[in-house]
Design a binder for this molecule. Sequence first.
Ligand code: PEP
Length: 262
Amino acid sequence: MADRKPFIGGNWKMNLHADEAAALARALVDGLTDAPAEVAICPAFPYLHQVGEILSQAQSKIQLGAQDVHTDPNGAFTGEVSCSMLRDVGATVVIVGHSERRHVLAESDVLINAKVRAALDAGLDVIFCIGETLQQREAGMTDAVNWGQIGYGLAGVSSDHMARVTIAYEPVWAIGTGMTATPDDAQAAHQAIRAFIRCGMFNDAVADRVRIQYGGSVKPDNAAQLFAQPDIDGGLIGGAALKADDFLAIIAATQTVAASAG
Ligand code: PEP
């Protein structure tokens, strides 16, 4: 995993009501005694403040993240939430371009790019999601799709701002399905993504520094093998992030990898 500190994100999606969200946040605060990885949890909008209070009262290192954001700072955008509102409630990171927003809610690369740039300009860190569908994978288009989504999604982002971007490679067919890319397949995709950052869009410094998370049915029993790959720098976790024991075991898997690497 080179010397990049792994980053584990928990995407709670549209799950957990107030009491469940609070209980999970407290269990994670209590369970995460050391910090083998950077960790962020991303509750639904209504519970950001409550979960943020739990994290800050415990002086936890767990970061508060949101699952989406709007591009504009304020105004007539019914139902939307701005970057400064997220910062107001204590969020430091936001997920942009999740496949459910691309494919279920029809977000375009252009919109995703505007969100990435708005979030970075507002001082938020960004988890920028990319990944191919099963049909695209079977057509041999995995790298082309990833490169295209990066090319559009990170257009206009400076090398300096890239220090606050984590790329989450999440093959769409693996999200919430129980199907996981093999460690070798995931590594191949991550290696190609890093090569594109190096030669296609940025430079050696950005490519060596940028963290690329794997997402797609990561569980306690497959996390260590995935995280052991040289270009996989942690994970974005959905289903297994809803259970404290599973999420803590996935975080701990980054430590197992670090220890066995020497
Ligand atoms: C996700 O929501 O980003 C995700 C990877 O979900 P799951 O771990 O459930 O596949």
